[in-house]
Design a protein around this ligand. Sequence first.
Ligand code: FAD
Length: 515
Amino acid sequence: MMSALSESDAEQETLRLFVETVEQAPIAISITDKKAKIIYVNKEFCRVTGYAPDDVLGENESLLSDKSTPRQVYQTLWRTICRKESWQGQLVNRHKLGQRYLADLTIAPIVNALGVITHYIGMHRDITASHEVEKKVSNQKLLIESVINSSPIAMVVIDDNDRVVLDNQLYKALVSDLDKSEPAHFFLQLLRDEMTEAWLELQNNNQGFTNREFRVETKGGQGARWFSCAGNWFVENEVSADSFFANNQKKYLILTLTDITKQRQHIEALHLQTLKTIMAEDERVRSIRETLLGAIHQIQMPMNQISAAEQILLHKRDEKNIHLINILQQIQTSGKNAVATMQACIPVIYHSAEMPVNLNQILHEVLLLEEQSLLTHNIDVQWRPLAHLPTILGSENRLRILFKQLIDNAIDAMIQSENPNKQLSISTQTEANLLIVRISDSGNGIPCDKRSKIFEPFYTTNKGSNTAGMGLVIAKEIVSQHNGLIDIDNDVEQGCCFQLSFPLHKSSRLEVTHV
Ligand code: FAD
């Protein structure tokens, strides 16, 4: 009897515990009959809804409805719970005082021993605040996306694994414009190559960078485009469960790519104008030099003959010749004076300082200088620069003169040739520690027996022209000043091909042109 009593006491205690647990649970709980008529509500239900138990007991749960929840939601709710399954979803409820709140609700059916639904239990939480935060975040994301999209600059956000996590319309346009599946990877490579250690330092200190300019050759002869790159790193706290206590962080780079082609073209046009002036002045100085050197060369021959004649007469020791010897000596003296005067008049060529030079840039400039002449004579230019061309150490001005001379020669050769297919090919490449430039034309070429003479002073294959035959001498001199070599490629069957090689500058920076 004693043990039966204590068993019933224990059951009572457990029941009381259950009731207290439900009563004090920090979630709004209601129990209804099969038609959603409320038969029990806990304290949290009263707190969340504002209703006292007496207000709601015997009422339908629809009392809570704000009537703005679509009918379809209720139909799904009821279909689910009638199938003896739990339903979970969000409804708009109305507080007793009238304000709306968003309820995250779970309804579960309660079945008896026969498996028949007798009641339903509903549990809900007011999620208005967290929903508002969520919406604000997604609104902010939309705002940021639309700001980024309407930006007149290509923008891309890259994570620490170089994955693109956000981009804008202008960035997407670069994919086809530059013919690159992920332009960000291309620019990242350029930036890392250029900044080397500085890149890591900036990244580690979350410091940004600006005005990193790159020239990019586009496909299809659309010419080069220039981009100015700027970047800023930002750190984000990770949101995954793994990072809940660890507070892991992720670093992102916002990269902006401004197309500065127009500005660069303007600068390039001014630069070209300056170059034209410099080159014209250089040509003037060169032609004076050539004329004077030619004249000295011309005077030197009769002078040598006069000197020889004088020596013969002196050798004969004939008194009768003294007068003639005097005249010859006077002629020689005045000849020497004339040569000295001419030598003094030879203008000096000032050499510009040596610096790392990108030959792609120099060749590009010379081609621009020759543009008019190439167009006039209908010459097709095949320009094949090496994409990542190292620099050489040298004088930009001298190198420009060198390439202009070779291209001028090529144009002349093609004009004189009968070959209607006029083609000028220029390429740059590297071999071991050498930078190779090849300039070939489709003219008549240089006969094998004359190839050894073309670098000699005053030698010209072009008899009819008024050239002094000093162009290739100067070209060779400039190549030698740059510790390079110039030669004719004997394997070329049609036309003429000059091959030039220069030692690479040791700490050569990567200047980039994409073909
Ligand atoms: P109603 O006419 O009540 O119902 C709309 C649709 O549900 C109709 O298509 C109807 O056919 C179907 N339906 C209604 N009752 C039944 C039923 N007994 N069996 C089968 N189908 C039925 N609603 C809220 O808005 N907020 C709440 O917090 C909420 N909590 C609930 C808690 C529980 C435990 C239960 C069982 C229901 C709860 N409901 C709640 C649903 C509520 O009972 C109403 O169905 C809903 O509020 C729509 O009310 P109504 O008057 O607009 O339409």
